[in-house]
Design a protein around this ligand. Structure first.
Ligand code: GLC
Length: 751
């Protein structure tokens, strides 16, 4: 953890090093010289981005793109897959306009571009920021080779509500893990030179608070205290800003009444003021126009003035600036200086990308041909998918499947055994495959890999899909039930479809969808058949019956192209599962929001049913599976943590050490976690806060002592005087393999 903190601190004190990180020189004078030549219309054009051949939002009126480019009405295109078109558009922009300003192409590269990796939430479950960086490096290679200059990623929204469909795009409920993963994504995308033809600019989104939409309902209202905003929501944004993310994206939602796109507190006071971040802020899809719908602006003129005035720069997809900015300027609602400052940021961004020096740098057909879908990329996809899978249960050691064991006949059943449905095992955010170019043969399904692999081990294998659109359960489950009757072990592949995940996919029920729990009951003969449930999910789901009746449960998330191979690696034991949950799995939806870093309340409940305490009459107040949880095929024993001193003064560092032993028979990876608790502060502080983790691999019988460094900064919080400060007093440090099963030791901070 120490080196991780150190590299994060390096980035923090680098002061946007990566933001200026480009091999292009002499940018500022060139920006000024160009700006001086531009008309107001050309300036407004540079602040306008329009969608290409894929719409990723509400349909907005989009005029003939080439004509808009030719007449200087836009400076950027998003979501355009057709490579040849991009060459044409760039030629028109640079050869057929008055000033020849190149276009910048933006795209949602969310979990791979052509080669598809596990969803971001699954990647977080690896607790390996270095692996995440490698994934984004590959994504940047492919996207930049296909003419994209800019990805709308990393999404660093913290969320505690599994009803919200976009959990899949983030890194879960914890700001510390979310910050490290977000920084890894920025480094993977941007590399060491934004102008290199194999890097893309990053975009931190959605700024801010989007993950806290009320009731988990998409695009809904967000209202929270400044304390929660500062402690939970902003840290990952600050971390990626300091790490040099070249751009930020406004969120759709209001934050405490003010739409994020026109929220001066967020964009000017904090992002550009406190954090001294100098990059470009792009709206979300028509979010500038939507401030009118929010009722916070009268019309496009008012919306333009308020969004630009808040410090936001580029108008994605809505054409609000095209319609209202000139009037806002003429009527004195915005100044020429404000307009110029936004245009500077766009021009600077394009210079940093090298687009002025060579507008076709990212549009090289030969490089495209040589780069897309490289076989070696799939190896990383397979590694990431296997490492992301989280073993929740394994009663009786049913896994790994052992040919010398008692089970010979295996039935692989369920709607997701061998799906060819568009986006299954992936998500909506695989747009780089393009709708006309989507090639479903690239996805290795569970059946494609598992059946031959298990047969090669000597098992008899039957595969029986389930057609969930059939007229009745019986009709849908018939084959699966028959296959199960003849088998002595069942692998049930259930969960969500690819298009159940992502934007505009909130749900009001997080039980296993489409009656799949009924299938499990029937197919497992009501739990009388040894069963492995493989869950394909984009968010925490609830599955109480399965929890009580199924021996082994594996969270596979949406694993991407290498789904079947990674699942086979795990189920056969080629890879020992080491994933840990980056989100709490509730026992029931009624508990939501439920999360590990909660406050104690004045009446904490020790035992379910205890009256006059913080609990429920009709169920537990504890989750099904806590944050940080994940089993292995081996076992690990933790000794109590030790501290090198029981008191630290300001400026001193506490060293925490914990010895972990692999007490099982096979090698395995374990993410050792370190949490703190501030026992007494000016305000109530969380029961636990993640402050460090280290993933180690131990051979059978091997033991290792892991060390964590805790500084005063780790103990600080946003206090009642609106400052980050640590209070003197008693703290606890906890170490363990998840946020629940921990051991503790006390220490004090003296000031
Ligand atoms: C969408 C999403 C945003 C995405 C953008 C462009 O509505 O909210 O995350 O980057 O539009 O597709």
């Amino acid at each position: 953890m120490a080196n991780r903190i150190f590299s994060l601190l390096l980035l923090l004190c680098a002061g946007n090093l990566i933001a200026q990180n480009t091999s292009v020189t002499n940018i500022e004078p060139r920006v000024e010289a160009l700006l001086a030549k531009m008309t107001v219309e050309e300036k407004i054009g540079q602040l306008t981005q329009m969608p290409g051949d894929i719409s990723t939002g509400t349909d907005v009126a989009k005029d003939d793109l080439l004509n808009q480019i030719r007449t200087g009405k836009l400076g950027s295109i998003l979501s355009h897959t057709n490579f040849q078109n991009k060459i044409t558009m760039q030629r028109v922009a640079t050869k057929e306009t008055r000033l020849g300003i190149p276009l910048v192409f933006g795209f949602d590269v969310i979990h791979g571009y052509k080669t598809i990796f596990p969803i971001p939430l699954a990647q977080a479950a690896t607790w390996e920021p270095d692996l995440v960086e490698r994934i984004e490096r590959i994504a940047a290679e492919e996207a930049s080779a296909d003419g994209q200059n800019w990805t709308f990623s990393p999404m660093v929204d913290i969320s505690r509500d599994p009803r919200w469909g976009r959990n899949m795009e983030g890194s879960g409920e914890d700001p510390y893990l979310g910050s490290l993963i977000g920084v890894a994504r920025v480094r993977g995308f941007q590399g060491n030179d934004l102008a290199a033809n194999n890097t893309v600019a990053a975009c931190a989104k959605h700024y801010a608070g989007y993950g806290f939409v009320e009731a988990g309902r998409e695009y809904n209202t967000v209202d929270m205290s400044e304390q929660r905003l500062r402690e939970l929501i902003l840290p990952p944004f600050e971390a990626v800003a300091k790490a040099g993310s070249a751009t930020f994206m406004n969120a759709f939602n209001t934050l405490n009444g003010t739409p994020a796109s026109m929220n001066k507190h967020l964009v000017t006071d904090i992002l550009r003021g406190e954090w001294t971040w100098k990059g470009l802020v792009v709206s979300d899809w028509n979010s500038f126009g939507e401030v009118i719908v929010h009722g916070a602006a009268a019309d496009e003129e008012d919306a333009s003035a308020k969004c630009l005035g808040a410090g936001s720069d580029m108008d994605m997809a809505g054409g609000t600036f095209q319609k209202g900015m000139k009037k806002a300027l003429d009527n004195g609602k915005v100044t020429q200086a404000q307009l110029d400052e936004a245009v500077r940021r766009v021009l600077r961004f394009k210079f940093m990308l090298g687009l002025f020096d060579d507008p076709f740098r990212y549009l090289d057909p030969k490089r495209r041909e040589a780069t897309l879908f490289k076989e070696e990329y799939r190896k990383t996809a397979r590694e990431a998918a296997a490492k992301s899978m989280v073993l929740l249960k394994n009663d009786g050691g049913l896994l790994p499947l052992n040919p010398a064991g008692p089970f010979k006949k295996i039935a692989i059943i369920g709607p997701l055994v061998d799906s060819r449905t568009y986006k299954d095992y992936m998500s909506f955010w695989t747009l780089g495959l393009g709708t006309p170019y989507y090639d479903s043969t690239k996805v290795i399904t569970p059946a494609m890999a598992l059946k031959p692999a298990l047969e090669a081990l000597g098992f008899q294998v039957t595969v029986a899909g389930v057609n969930l659109t059939a007229a009745s359960d019986e009709a849908a489950f018939k084959d699966a039930i028959q296959a199960s009757k003849d088998a002595d072990l069942i692998i049930a592949c259930v969960g969500e479809r690819g298009l159940d995940c992502g934007e505009s996919r909130s749900v009001s029920d997080i039980n296993l969808p489409r009656g799949q729990e009924r299938l499990l009951k029937i197919a497992t003969l009501n739990g009388n058949r040894p069963t492995v449930m493989v869950l394909f999910n984009s968010r925490p789901l609830t599955f109480q019956w399965a929890n009580e009746n199924i021996e082994s449960i594996l969270v596979a998330w949406q694993p991407g192209f290498e789904t079947g191979n990674a699942l086979t690696d795990i189920l056969t034991g080629k890879v020992n599962p080491g994933g840990k949950l980056p989100v709490t799995f509730p026992y029931s939806l009624g508990q939501v929001p439920i999360y590990y870093n909660a406050l104690n309340t004045g009446r904490p409940q020790e035992k379910q049913g205890q009256m006059w305490t913080s609990g429920y009459l009709d169920g537990p107040a504890t989750p099904a599976y806590p944050f940080g949880f994940g089993l292995s095929y081996t076992t690990f024993a933790y000794e109590a943590p030790k501290v090198n001193k029981t008191k630290i003064k300001s400026g001193e560092t506490l060293e925490v050490s914990v010895t972990v032993t692999n007490t099982g028979k096979i090698a395995g990876s374990e993410t050792v976690q370190c949490y703190i608790r501030d026992l007494v502060a000016d305000i109530s502080r969380p029961l636990k806060e993640l402050k460090g983790f280290e993933k180690i691999t131990l051979a059978p019988g091997e033991k290792r002592t892991v060390k964590f460094k805790i500084t005063e900064n780790d103990l600080a919080y946003w206090n009642t005087e609106a400052k980050r400060k640590a209070d003197p007093g008693k703290f606890k440090v906890f170490t363990g393999g998840n946020s629940r099963d921990v051991q503790e030791v006390e220490f004090s901070l003296e000031k």
